[in-house]
Write a protein that binds this ligand. Structure first.
Ligand code: T5A
Length: 227
């Protein structure tokens, strides 16, 4: 990452993992914990974070790129990321604001690469292009059985009146998500200095405490901040 030698420099933390493991919930909680300690922090997400990247998000999540295949989708995610890095992540870090991102480049490697079959060379090239040296300082991978995570998402959707039953996921889909889980674990093994895997199968408060412990241990400057 450009500049960045002082122990007081702003940090870039990403959250990764499968669907419904609790990333958004914990990104919000970490933001609150940092702000309580007077650490200026922004929270963002991928795909998204800027107006151009949010437009790409809508296009992809509406299923409009599905027939293009995982290679073209990897390129779209990278295009969104390039704007996100240039317009939001890099400027905030430069001005000393910590950045928490709900998903980042590991999602492309896990979904489109390791699970979707896109060639590692293309994934690597897209990472170099979009990140331009802005690697996360820490990546928290929330890990849990996808079946249990689907139950959480189904419960939320029932609560929001979006669905009536909890049996949305077919076995084939579940197998795909099991492979996705292994992909994130493989990324963690290959990037052991950057990634920390935490079990997401625990109550929100306990998970929050474990994440805070991980972050404050990793960044010793936090222990000198007023709580
Ligand atoms: N994608 C993305 C790619 O394919 N390639 C890429 O490069 C990128 C960047 C994004 C989609 O795009 C794909 C991946 C995704 O398919 P999204 O809507 O952002 O779409 O999808 P998710 O990231 O999966 O978002 P979710 O909101 O579904 O999951 P979260 O954020 O992990 O979970 P969260 O915090 O919203 O919690 C889900 C529910 O569980 C409850 C919450 O209250 C909520 O109801 N919950 C808990 N319940 C019990 N115990 C806990 N500890 C809980 N924590 C949360």
């Amino acid at each position: 990452m450009p500049e960045a030698t002082s122990s007081k420099r702003a940090r870039f933390i990403t959250f990764e993992g499968g669907e419904g493991v609790g990333k958004s919930t914990q990104v919000k909680r970490l933001l609150e914990n940092l702000e309580k300690r007077n650490i200026k922090t922004v929270r963002t997400r991928e795909p998204g974070g800027t107006s151009k990247a949010e437009a790409i998000r809508s296009f992809i999540l509406q299923g409009r790129s599905e027939s293009w295949g995982p290679g073209a989708e990897a390129v779209l995610f990278a295009a969104a990321r390039l704007d996100h890095v240039n317009e939001l992540i890099a400027p905030n870090l430069r001005r000393g604001t910590w950045v928490l991102s709900d998903r980042f480049h590991d999602s492309t490697r896990a979904y489109q690469g390791l699970t979707g079959g896109v060639d590692d060379k293309l994934i690597g090239a897209l990472e170099r292009l979009a990140l331009d040296g802005h690697n996360p300082d820490l990546t928290i991978i929330l890990d849990m059985d996808p079946e249990a995570a689907f139950q959480r998402v189904a419960a939320r959707e029932i609560e929001e009146g979006l669905r009536q039953t909890g049996d949305r996921f077919e076995k084939e889909e579940l197998d795909w998500h099991r492979r996705l889980r292994q992909a994130f674990l493989e990324i963690a093994r290959a990037n052991a200095d950057r990634c920390v895997v935490i079990s997401a199968e625990q109550p929100e408060d306990a998970l929050e405490a474990m994440i805070w412990d991980t972050v404050s241990t990793r960044f010793s400057e936090l222990s000198s901040e007023v709580s």
